[in-house]
Design a protein around this ligand. Structure first.
Ligand code: F6R
Length: 244
């Protein structure tokens, strides 16, 4: 696991966008695993700017997002499909047919989750998987639990995640209690992983991800076993990590 220190959120966002841009430049038909949330917004802004400057071409890129709230349609303004359209897909020359987000309204969800994993595998797995990290160490919506769950599945969100995500909803009661998420096995199958984190609320989770025991109570800790994982984090998020 390589740790790259960023000065602040903007620096983290530029560094992360540069890594993703290098991936798209080196392999124009690459498969990107993408994340939502507050952390990647600046990264996506930098990618849009690079596209507008003529430096990036997304026409052959395929994307698979990590997760989606159960019960939210893609046009709901808090759905992750909507987030991806607004923050990235609507602003670059990606073919929307090549963008994939788990369907929050899937009916036979076990079959649909298995189909999502099969589609990621059939695409050759993610060349690069972008991840944020939850205050509780979750990746995707793989919440702290007793075991690492391999495939895409439905999860009950923890109170801490519902609380953290309520800032984006009118009221905490509007936050869905369940979500679909890529599993740990699907994430670990990516050829490279880029984790981004900023702010002191993430400091404990970042420490445990990088230096703690590899345990499902901190799902991100499994990334210590990934052969090609880079963490780009700002000073506040790295505050509890050893200096070098
Ligand atoms: C979102 C996702 C989550 C977030 C995490 C951090 O697709 O997979 O794991 O990355 O909850 O969220 P923010 O960036 O809002 O702090």
């Amino acid at each position: 696991m390589r740790i790259v220190r960023a000065k602040n959120y903007d620096d983290m966002s530029r560094k992360a966008a540069n890594i993703i841009a290098a991936q798209v430049t080196l392999k124009p038909d690459c498969v990107l695993g993408l994340a939502t949330g507050s952390t990647p917004i600046g990264t996506y802004k930098n990618l849009v700017a690079a596209y507008e400057a003529g430096d990036l071409d997304f026409s052959q890129v395929k994307t698979y997002n990590l997760d989606e709230y159960r019960g939210l349609p893609g046009d709901h303004d808090q759905s992750y499909r909507y987030f991806m359209n607004v923050n990235l897909f609507d602003h670059v020359n990606i073919d929307k047919a090549n963008t994939h987000v788990p369907d929050g309204l899937m009916e036979d969800y076990e079959a649909a989750c298995a189909a999502y994993d099969a589609a990621v595998a059939a695409a050759g797995h993610q060349d690069l998987q972008l991840l944020g990290i939850g205050n509780n160490g979750h990746i995707g919506f793989n919440e702290p639990c007793d075991s690492f769950i391999k495939g895409t599945h439905c999860v009950d969100l923890t109170e801490s995640t519902i609380q953290a995500n309520s800032r984006l909803f009118d009221s905490i009661d509007d936050v869905p209690r369940q979500a679909y998420t890529m599993g740990i096995g699907t994430i670990m199958a990516a050829k490279s992983v880029l984790v981004i984190a900023n702010g002191d609320a993430k400091a404990q989770a970042v420490h445990d991800m990088c230096f703690g025991p590899i345990v499902p109570s901190c799902p991100a800790s499994i990334l210590q076993l990934h052969p090609n994982c880079v963490v780009v984090a700002d000073e506040a998020a790295l505050a509890l990590c050893p200096a070098e």
